[in-house]
Design a protein around this ligand. Structure first.
Ligand code: B12
Ligand code: SF4
Length: 583
């Protein structure tokens, strides 16, 4: 649903047999024998790991590069929350770590928590990196650092799967999802730890069924350091929104894990620390409503057995509003928020990016329905779309006000290679160099106009008064519709009570006393406390603090300056702040 970038189709080739690639294929004498490494799905024991028997011991360093702040990542809230330093763990890399032979040593570095050090690199035989396009500069740096230590580097994940040609310097590329390329990679690493003479590209032609996916290596991370825990239930989407790469990257037919796998993953996560919220990373939880309906009773059962230790969140399409039976189960399972790719309130703008589907359900009615089931709606808005009326900013502001959606991720349209959007714009010669601007799209109206409309929408959405008003609406019209969850041992644990006090203390001091919008804050606080909704109070206070601070950053973004994306480095952002209360 985060549909602003684009991607490729799976290439039917192996070992760099792609005719467009510039790197020569690996000499066949160096090809490891093709082996099937994973077991077939076993419903009794779905957590099948590799059955490959390596001949060598290896030390594998897995690195997830840092990503920058955005509306959705709540970076500014971390200093208020004891222990929390990052948004969510990198699910893809944890999965790959879990696939490696059991006898290999694996070290895991999430640079959102701590930087990868030279000694980490020196320790490793091979360095495995993952990431999105936005992480490209750091991915390239890591590659260079590893090469300086003479280490073999491997890149996998969404960015390289979409645009392998952008990563010519890595030694091995893993293109696509878990599958035969992963088998080949493990075989390759077992047989070689020296750098190849030319790049080796491993392309997944046969995806591993999700039911054979191993349990992600949650034991390698401490979930207490993350704001959210995450879990993958499905992959792929049968829709084709023009700017989205999910169907090309992950397939048009949604595939799913079994409910038993999900329950086992929840148990494993629970052992690695409870972050309070579990986010389904599937781009569309409703990609197959029948599968969602089958899973949900298991989630309800798990929550009941464990006294509701977490709340759930996911991304979905608006047609969820047409499924009251699923919504009722989501309410029972304690789904508290869902992200929808609404993108624009203007019908012509939606048509221009093939998002006709959003018009099938009246958007405001759908939002009301979700709120009735206790679900807070989060949404993306994309500006700069063809078909936008001249005063799109007015329409968006009216939509923000009337929908009462509190959290919007408001972005400018960007195109990524190999999406239908990219192709259309390329044909129309409307792709431009994005250096010094926030988009690579030549809009139909002048860029400066789109930028100032974007800033106006952000200023309205995250003006403290307007933001707190929408959240107050949620406190009265959404949160009260949720089920009452029991105060089980998890919620009443010493750690949880202490953390709540510290968060509340931070909010009282940093926002309630020191901020310029303290009277607005106290109005919300009184309302939440009147309903005895401590969780709601903390959620609103922390989220608002991040959104208000990040919006300030966006507003400072100088039209003339080289400002591709708002967001300074985390060090710069937080060094200027006073130290919060912490444990
Ligand atoms: C969670 C998420 C985020 C989180 C990331 C948190 C984290 N720690 O990972 C956050 C919220 C930060 C985020 C932000 C953004 N995101 Co995002 N996000 C996702 C989402 C929904 C799930 C990612 C995930 O966990 N997937 C499940 C795992 C299992 O899949 P995977 O990572 O692809 O891994 C598989 C393979 O790639 C491979 N693999 C992965 N890594 C490696 C490594 C090695 C060595 C090997 C061998 C294999 C391998 O194996 C895995 C198993 O099959 C995806 C959509 C999706 N369905 O994947 C978008 C997605 C990754 N995001 C995307 C985008 C565009 C963004 C934003 C730029 C949006 C925006 N405009 O603001 C921002 C950037 C933020 C910033 N400021 O820098 C795009 C990426 C495009 C691209 N090709 O790079 C995606 C694909 C969504 C889309 N519709 O296009 N995102
Ligand atoms: S509905 Fe499917 S194709 Fe459309 S944005 Fe979401 S994941 Fe992408």
């Amino acid at each position: 649903m985060i549909a602003f970038w684009g991607g490729p189709a799976m290439k039917q080739s192996h070992y760099n047999l792609d005719p467009e690639s510039t790197s020569p294929p690996l000499p066949s004498s160096r090809l490891p024998a093709r082996k099937k490494i994973h077991h077939d799905p076993d419903p009794e024991s779905p957590q099948a790991r590799t059955c490959y028997q390596p001949q060598n011991n290896r030390r594998i360093l897995c690195v997830s590069p840092e990503y920058d702040c955005s509306f959705g990542t709540l970076h500014y809230a971390y200093p208020f929350i004891p222990g929390v330093k990052a948004f969510m763990p990198p699910q893809g890399l944890l999965l790959i770590a879990a696939c490696l032979p059991e006898s290999w040593e694996v070290r895991f570095v999430d640079e959102n928590l701590q930087r990868c050090s030279d000694s980490d690199l020196r320790w490793a035989d091979a360095v495995l990196v993952s990431g999105m396009h936005v992480q490209r500069p750091r991915m390239l740096q890591l590659n260079e650092m590893a090469h300086q230590e003479g280490k073999l580097t491997v890149l996998g994940g969404a960015a390289v799967s979409a645009a392998p040609e952008e990563y010519g310097d890595f030694d091995l590329l893993h293109i696509g999802e878990l599958g035969d390329a992963t088998d080949d990679l493990i075989g390759y690493l077992d047989q070689h730890c020296e750098r190849p003479k030319s790049q080796v590209q491993l392309v997944t032609c046969q995806r591993l069924p999700l039911q054979c996916f191993p349990l992600p290596a949650y034991h390698l991370v401490d979930l207490h350091h993350y704001l959210l825990a995450n879990i993958q239930f499905s992959s792929g989407c049968s829709y084709q929104c023009e700017s989205c790469e999910i169907p090309a990257l992950y397939g048009h037919v949604p595939r799913h894990k079994s409910p038993q796998q999900i329950v086992q993953e929840l148990d494993a996560m629970h052992l690695s620390g409870n972050s309070g919220t579990v986010y389904f990373v599937d781009d569309n939880f409703m990609a197959d409503p029948r599968a969602a309906a089958k899973l949900l009773p298991h989630l309800v059962d798990w929550q009941m057995r464990n006294s509701y230790p977490v709340e759930f969140a996911c991304e979905a399409t608006l047609n969820l509003a047409l499924h009251p039976e699923i919504l009722a189960l989501m309410r029972e399972a304690y789904f508290c928020s869902v992200f929808f790719g609404i993108e624009s309130p203007a019908p012509d703008a939606l048509h221009s990016i093939s998002k006709h589907r959003n018009l099938k359900v009246p958007i405001r009615e759908a939002i009301q329905t979700f709120n009735d089931y206790g679900i807070e709606v989060l949404s993306s808005i994309v500006m700069g779309l063809d078909g936008e009326p001249e005063h799109i900013d007015e329409e968006i502001i009216a939509f923000i006000r009337t929908s009462q959606i509190p959290v919007f991720s408001i972005n400018l349209l960007n195109a990524l290679p190999r999406t239908p959007l990219w192709e259309r714009l390329e044909q129309g010669k409307r792709l431009v160099d994005s250096s010094g601007r926030m988009s690579n799209v030549d809009y139909l109206v002048p860029y400066q106009k789109v930028l100032s409309q974007w800033k106006r929408c952000i200023a309205f959405a995250y003006d403290p008064e307007s933001l707190y008003r929408r959240f107050s609406h949620q406190l009265e019209h959404t949160y009260l519709n949720r089920i009452e969850v029991p105060n089980g041992p998890e919620r009443l644990s010493w750690r949880s009570v202490r953390d709540s006090f510290l968060m509340a203390g931070n909010l009282f001091v940093r926002v309630g006393v020191l901020s310029s919008y303290r009277s607005t804050f106290w109005r919300m606080a009184r309302l939440a406390l009147k309903h005895g909704d401590i969780e709601g109070f903390l959620h609103v206070g922390l989220t608002c603090h991040h959104l208000i601070e990040f919006a300030k950053e966006c507003e400072q973004c100088d039209e003339a300056a080289d400002c591709p994306l708002p967001g300074r480095s985390r060090e710069a952002r937080f060094s200027a702040e006073s130290k919060p209360i912490s444990s």
